[in-house]
Design a protein around this ligand. Sequence first.
Ligand SMILES: [Zn+2]
Length: 209
Amino acid sequence: MKINIIREKRKTMVLKIVDSENAVLKAPTNFSQKKIDDFIESKSKWLEKNSIKMKEKENLSHSFDFETYLYLNGKIFSSTAELAFDFNALTQEKKKKLIKKFYLANFERLETLAKEISDKTGLKFKEIKPTTSVRIWGSYNISKVMKLNWKLLILPKELSEYVIYHELCHSVHMNHKPKFWKSVEKFCPNYKQLKKELSFYSFVLKADF
Ligand SMILES: [Zn+2]
């Protein structure tokens, strides 16, 4: 891990991970090198742990290829009339457009899942809308409108289910206080694991379509 030390006008030291190989340490101008070294030493376990985490994320992100994933995961995609032409010959921009169009056309799969879960749990929503957010997988507002990110369709189904349970629990608790998480846990006992898995796919969420 390479640590870039920046001296600046501040009172305390702050250490931030940039990626699996780089970190930045901001330190007050008057701190001695020894003080800085000791601080880094005290954080070595933390640095190592987070470097491994970052590495895992980077590997996953690099191995994730939208086209391959779509061909393998969405057999339906390759059987649609839209693919009567050579998909690989398209520009990246056109591929993305096509992928988005395809998933939006299949958004009803998320709607059906949401209705099933709503019926099963008794948790209600009034309307469901797709979103292309690069920030959130889903949302639920006081008018009982639930938004679901169509990119969920790219992920394993259990993650869509988790997001739907999560959003529907907001129909009872409009916050993320312990009572909210208790009700999520009632429907998804392994929600902590699912949350972790979902955060693994943040590069899908961040993909700009
Ligand atoms: Zn929430």
